[in-house]
Design a protein around this ligand. Structure first.
Ligand SMILES: [Fe+2]
Ligand SMILES: [Fe+2]
Length: 181
């Protein structure tokens, strides 16, 4: 049976940890939004939590299928306090940029190890990151456009609900963690 190299296995396990961590960071943000009068943003962030969990699960399945051993890591508690909704989404963008960079590093490890199968598999994650960054940038534009007044933020929060519904539909259609990509 084909065995994935230890170097690639370790690098994928680090990404499993980061995707799980993303899920928990967004869960903390969702909870904050829910408590602070942004039900739409909370809806979107809770859905994002599910999506990151799927990103993690896909890598667990992939690694185990390739003869590696997925490690389910211990994680630190995520930040729980935020200054504003703008603050939350600025942190989301920063985090997604960090994740994009980490996927690129993982891809580089695979190429160096001549594991082109895994590199090919990671192409899905590379595309996903382009989409995630672009979505969060447009959300940030919306929040800035809405300004600090309640009316603007209320309208924008409704927009979030629409986006969350669309995201849930896309997740259901993609087949979740078991989808072949
Ligand atoms: Fe992710
Ligand atoms: Fe993400």
């Amino acid at each position: 049976m084909y065995m994935i190299s230890k170097t690639v296995e370790k690098a994928i396990n680090e990404q499993i940890m980061r995707e799980e961590n993303s899920s928990r960071i967004y869960l903390s943000m969702a909870s904050w939004s829910e408590r602070n009068g942004f039900p739409g943003a909370a809806d979107w962030l809770y859905t994002q939590t599910e999506e990151e969990r799927i990103h993690m699960l896909k890598l667990v399945h992939y690694l185990n299928d390739r003869g590696g051993m997925a490690i389910i890591p211990a994680l630190e508690a995520p930040v729980a306090k935020f200054k504003s909704l703008l603050d939350v989404f600025q942190l989301v963008l920063k985090h997604e940029e960090f994740i994009s960079e980490s996927i690129n590093q993982l891809y580089a490890v695979c190429v160096k190890e001549k594991d082109f199968t895994t590199a090919n598999y990671l192409q899905w994650y590379i595309n996903e990151q382009i989409e995630e960054e672009s979505t969060v940038r447009s959300i940030l534009d919306l929040i800035k456009l809405a300004g600090p007044d309640k009316g603007g933020l209320f309208m924008m929060d409704k927009e979030f609900s629409t986006m969350a519904t669309a995201k849930r539909a896309a997740l259901a259609q993609s087949g979740g963690a078991n989808a072949v990509t």
